[in-house]
Design a protein around this ligand. Structure first.
Ligand code: 5GP
Ligand code: ZN
Length: 135
């Protein structure tokens, strides 16, 4: 448990949460500022800062828990789709520094919009990037 980590405190039951799922290694609870109805967070019980820091097994277990939760959101809330989101570091919108996956149920008529406008890229630039990133 990390000092001053609100998610560690939620996991330990020292702070309240609307817990909706739990297994040996993970906990899932409702987000207090939901983007859609049922927006939830899945966290590993063991503290890690984010995707660059998390142990591979904790990442696997958290992903599996998110899958289980997605199925439940579909079954119980009748969502039409699901977004999984992770924010790693403030540049990527991370605001709580305990690894978490957002599980966001999506509805055909929900108001969420893609917050970016994908841009076309020249084929040569794509190839240069591929070269830089391979291996
Ligand atoms: P991040 O921006 O780090 O990806 O997401 C953090 C999320 O945690 C936000 O969606 C925020 O609403 C949620 N959150 C922050 N504090 C609390 C809390 O005390 N309880 C719950 N349930 N969610 C929280
Ligand atoms: Zn923590």
């Amino acid at each position: 448990m990390a000092d001053d980590c609100i998610f560690c405190k939620i996991i330990a039951g020292e702070l309240p949460s609307e817990r909706i799922d739990e297994d040996e290694d993970t906990v899932a609870f409702l987000d207090i500022n939901p983007w859609t109805r049922g927006h939830s967070l899945v966290v590993p019980k063991r503290h890690s800062r984010n995707l660059l820091d998390i142990d591979d097994d904790d990442l696997r277990r958290t992903a599996v828990a998110a899958k289980r939760l997605a199925a439940r959101l579909r079954e119980r809330l009748g969502c039409d789709g699901v977004n999984l989101l992770n924010a790693t570091e403030p540049a990527a919108w991370q605001s709580v520094f305990h690894f978490h996956l957002h599980v966001i149920p999506r509805y055909d008529d929900d108001p969420l919009q893609l917050p970016v406008r994908p841009q076309p890229i020249a084929q040569e630039e794509l190839a240069r990037l591929g070269e830089e990133l391979r291996g």
